[in-house]
Write a protein that binds this ligand. Structure first.
Ligand code: NAD
Length: 359
């Protein structure tokens, strides 16, 4: 029997509520398939600031490093919004990414047929959309040097950022992207701005070279301006998209919004080796925290990504995804995805429905 050590970071706001539902579901699927989970909970975000003064205590990072995968709920809230930047909950998130070397961010955007009317685009445009955006997370213009606001000799200020990618950085995100495409329908679109940027030309050259090692993946390229247009015009043409940090930041949000519902979106951040971090895209929703109103489905789908991409347990992942489909088919809805004629349930009741759906 496989036995995995999972670090749980429930964080703040609705985090503990959606985490508790999700661990119950994980245990159940583990029992069904003979997969053992050893859960260890650690402090992060506002809860960690209150207890230790730091949003990411050393002990938490050590526990994460020592595990097979990390399941994070959400961090932050009004109480900590005005602290100095190094003490803010979000600083803990950046520290976690850096500490675990997480350079690849996977953000799926699939339209669930039951929620199709939540999209702002027409049904025929979004029906069947199933996209995975693979974004480089620790390089590119957000981190390149030099960066800063400098004063020139004339006293005028200049803001500078540098977009830089080395071959090694491109190759490692390329590998994640090709392997992700292999696990999906085998189509990969690399997005860059090679008509203008040298850094993008290198990106395109390397990704093209890598394609020879993945004959089962069909590779295409798009310039980022065209990709943005195509995502809105005809999103079904995309399967897996790979792109750099800046373009990925923007395109992954655009792709996510095709689905229309933030309470349904999971994500994964992966490194070369060691544990990945799996978390919903949404925040800690302090406005509904502690009221049993939170939608736990993005957290459950994040656990499915943990199983598929973190532990290579695709059968268990599919069972969780199927359970989500089943509860939606049975018309259960939390407030954020509620519509006429459906049954309004709270976080706990949605958890119970998921347990029943798992069987
Ligand atoms: P948010 O995603 O927390 O909430 C936006 C809106 O969506 C709110 O009305 C909220 O009630 C609703 N919502 C979000 N998730 C929901 C869910 N699962 N079920 C039902 N409704 C849900 O974004 P925000 O309000 O901008 O930020 C709140 C806090 O979360 C801030 O402190 C912010 O810094 C933090 N945040 C954390 C993360 C993270 O942990 N990765 C991400 C984004 C924001």
């Amino acid at each position: 029997m496989s036995n995995y050590r999972i670090t749980l970071l429930p964080g703040d706001g609705i985090g503990p509520e959606i985490m508790s539902v999700t661990t119950g579901i994980l245990k159940q699927v583990g029992e069904q398939l003979g997969i053992g989970f050893e859960f260890k909970e650690a402090l992060m975000g506002g809860a960690a600031i209150d207890a230790t003064g730091s949003p990411l205590p050393d002990e938490t990072l050590a526990i994460c490093k020592d595990s097979d995968a990390v399941l994070l709920a959400a961090i932050g809230g009004y109480k900590w919004d005005n602290l100095p930047r190094h003490q803010r909950p979000e600083t803990g998130l950046l520290g976690l990414r850096a500490g675990l070397g997480l350079f690849a961010n996977l953000r799926p955007a699939s339209i669930l047929p039951q929620l199709i009317d939540a999209s702002s685009l027409k049904r025929e445009v979004v029906e069947g959309v199933d996209i995975m955006v693979v974004r480089e997370l620790t390089g590119g213009i957000y981190f390149g040097q030099p960066k800063g606001i400098f004063e020139t000799e004339t006293g005028e200020k200049r803001g500078v950022n540098t977009m830089v990618y080395s071959e090694g950085e491109i190759d490692r995100i390329g590998k994640v992207a090709f392997e992700t495409a292999q696990k999906r329908s085998g189509r990969l679109c690399s997005v860059d701005k090679a008509n203008v940027l040298d850094v993008s030309q290198l990106w395109r050259d390397r990704i093209t070279q890598m394609a020879a090692d993945y004959p089962d993946v069909e590779l295409s390229h798009l310039y980022v301006d065209n990709a943005a247009m195509q995502l809105i015009r005809a999103p079904k043409q995309f399967d897996t998209i790979v792109t750099g940090n800046l373009f990925g930041d923007i395109l992954s949000d655009a792709a996510a919004m095709l689905t229309g519902s933030i309470g349904m979106l999971p994500s994964a951040s992966l490194g070369a080796a060691g544990p990945g971090v799996f978390e919903p895209v949404h925040g800690s929703a302090p406005d509904i925290a502690g009221q049993d109103k939170a939608n736990p489905l993005a957290q459950v789908l994040s656990a499915a990504m943990l199983l598929r991409y973190g532990l290579n347990e695709p059968e268990a992942a599919s069972r969780l995804e199927q359970a989500v489909q089943t509860v939606l088919d049975a018309d259960y809805r939390t407030g954020d995805i509620m519509s006429a004629g459906k049954t309004l349930v709270g976080c706990q009741a949605m958890g119970e429905a998921l347990k029943q759906a798992l069987g």
